[in-house]
Design a protein around this ligand. Structure first.
Ligand SMILES: Nc1ncnc2c1ncn2[C@@H]1O[C@H](COP(=O)(O)OP(=O)(O)OP(=O)(O)O)[C@@H](O)[C@H]1O
Ligand SMILES: O=c1ccn([C@@H]2O[C@H](COP(=O)(O)O)[C@@H](O)[C@H]2O)c(=O)[nH]1
Length: 240
């Protein structure tokens, strides 16, 4: 477990799309979405400004569909649309819990979400709204991990928290290799040079360039416990 976690003022939480499926094989499991929304409220109640990037892997992954013959860019646009659906579902749960939210889409679709305007997004957070960034970066050939790091840099976040299905970064994919061991702490360089595939290299490189710490943890644990250092996680940052 990371020894000391700094106190954060504003964070970006990346929620993996697959985590929203619960025990289902596809799509959204609403009790799971509600549980994650309650976790986010727990962070908000600590006085931390929160913005979110949602993945789309529970609905559509561009790369796997492209491997089956679809043009990659088209498949990626479909993947980005999947993240908008997830964003709207999470918005609905958060608002039922009394939080004010805004969904901001990198692909303009003004009937359902605000277009992305950086200063406006910052203002929403200053006013206590939870901002949900949807549609990734708006560009094909990227992932929502890169979108999360990009928005964390643009919003001036103190950290990017990657909530996923594993409780940190391992020496190999723990879903495939039972002997894989978890790291408490890594540098950006370690992740890149050891080719640890928990997230794509462009996201790590962007975080390194902007000195944004990344905390990888399992969404089966309350985010607040992760922030308090009570739950397992891996922190990726430059050594002091
Ligand atoms: N070295 C590693 N350490 C930890 N996890 C790893 C590693 N290599 C591969 N993985 C896999 O990476 C996955 C984390 O990515 P995740 O499931 O969050 O995908 P995503 O693309 O970010 O989100 P989505 O579910 O929305 O597609 C883990 O579930 C794990 O199986
Ligand atoms: O900036 C982006 C972000 C995402 N995509 C596409 O969306 C899907 C779902 O995102 P995940 O990060 O896998 O959850 C992704 O597979 C891409 O196809 C994108 O094109 N650009």
């Amino acid at each position: 477990m990371p020894t000391t976690l700094p106190k954060f003022r504003r964070i970006l939480l990346k929620v993996s799309g697959e985590a929203l499926m619960g025990s289902q094989a596809y799509g959204l499991d609403m009790p799971t979405v509600d549980r994650i929304a309650a976790d986010i409220k727990g962070v908000y109640d600590l006085g931390i400004e929160v913005c979110l990037v949602i993945g789309g892997g529970n609905i559509f992954r561009g790369l796997s569909v492209a491997a089956r013959g679809m043009e990659r860019a088209t498949a990626d646009y479909m993947g980005m649309l999947a993240t908008v659906m997830n964003g709207l579902a999470l918005q609905n749960s958060l608002e039922r819990m009394g939080l004010q939210t805004r969904v901001i889409s990198a692909i303009p679709m003004t009937s359902v979400a605000e277009p992305y305007i950086r200063r406006r997004a910052i203002r929403h957070m200053e006013k206590g709204r939870v901002v949900i960034f949807a549609a990734g970066t708006g560009n094909p050939f990227f992932t929502t991990d890169t979108a999360a790091t990009l928005r964390a840099a643009e919003m001036g976040c103190d950290a990017m928290l990657k909530g996923t299905q594993v409780d940190g970064v391992y020496s190999a994919d723990p879903k495939r290799d039972p002997k894989a061991v978890r790291f408490d702490e890594l540098t950006y360089h370690d992740v890149l040079s050891l080719d640890l595939k928990v997230m794509d290299a462009s996201a790590i490189a962007l975080a390194r360039e902007n000195r944004i710490p990344i905390l990888v943890f399992s969404l089966s644990e309350p985010v607040v416990s992760v922030l308090r250092g009570e739950a397992k996680s891996t922190i990726i940052r430059e050594r002091e």
